[in-house]
Design a protein around this ligand. Structure first.
Ligand code: APR
Length: 238
């Protein structure tokens, strides 16, 4: 658990920062009961990403891919944002220049009240067409038929998330890079920092604080590494 000295150092950096960018990963939703991808209980311990989170997997077996994402929608629908999500809403209100960049597709930052969010891996609560530009916000936890057909062109609809091997949304990504490069401080919360290009944002930061119960490849390179869960560390910082 982070020491009082480390928390005080992080508070000083936050107080001195004129602009703040936050980068979150699956770890910030762990205390809401949503499984992370890696580490103990991680989704990739029980499921194979290449079988569920790639365009090839969807082309080969859209039914299984949809069933897996609908299962995740069900988990998230039953969950609530936690104190970590809420602490970031408080931080957003405190900084004129604030950006929240998230790798998460669960929508828990939105439900907590965050507004200035850049979703670099898309949104599980968006559904889009594989054949045309059709897309919609979508709270469905089930469909009459899988894969659901596009109402415009009839092609299969897919979850509005970024799969392995796909490029990140161009404009969102450019905004994320610019935000980190221009910010006084980057607060990295709950990411194993193993998936690029998102993990590369940390390299762009002038100064960074990390919140994670475990060490990551960046822990030795940030100004302050706070060991602990987001749900307890972030409220202590704010
Ligand atoms: N608070 C903060 N961090 C936590 C907590 C917690 N309560 N519990 C676990 N963590 C940390 C873990 O130590 C780990 O470093 O959260 C991190 C989760 O790492 P991953 O499961 O790899 O999730 P993430 O880094 O978001 O993965 C990045 O990979 O599978 C793709 O697209 C997917 O967006 C995802 C990307």
């Amino acid at each position: 658990m982070a020491s009082e000295l480390e928390l005080a150092a992080a508070r000083r950096l936050l107080a001195a920062a004129g602009s703040l960018v936050v980068l979150t990963g699956a770890g910030i939703s762990a205390e809401s009961g949503i499984p992370t991808f890696r580490g103990p209980g991680g989704l990739w311990r029980n499921f194979r990403p290449e079988a569920l989170a790639t365009p090839e997997a969807f082309a080969r077996d859209p039914l299984t891919v949809w069933e897996w994402y609908l299962w995740r929608r069900g988990l998230i629908d039953a969950a609530e944002p936690n104190a970590g999500h809420r602490a970031l809403v408080t931080l957003e209100q405190r900084y004129e220049r604030f950006t929240l960049i998230t790798q998460n597709v669960d929508g828990l930052h939105d439900r907590a009240g965050s507004r200035r969010i850049l979703k670099v891996h898309g949104d599980l609560w968006h559904t889009r067409c594989t054949g045309c530009a059709y897309q919609r916000k979508d709270r469905a936890l089930a469909y009459p038929a899988l894969p659901p057909p596009c109402p415009e062109c009839g092609a299969p609809l897919r979850p509005g998330v970024v799969w392995f091997g796909e490029s990140l949304p161009r404009i969102v990504w450019a905004e994320a890079e610019r935000a980190v490069a221009q910010a006084d401080l980057l607060l990295v919360v709950g990411t194993s920092a193993q998936v690029y290009p998102a993990a590369g944002l940390i390299d762009l930061a002038r100064c960074a604080i990390e919140v994670n119960p475990a060490a990551t490849p960046f822990s030795s390179r940030v100004a302050v590494a706070l060991a602990g869960g987001a749900g307890e560390i972030l409220p202590a910082l704010v």
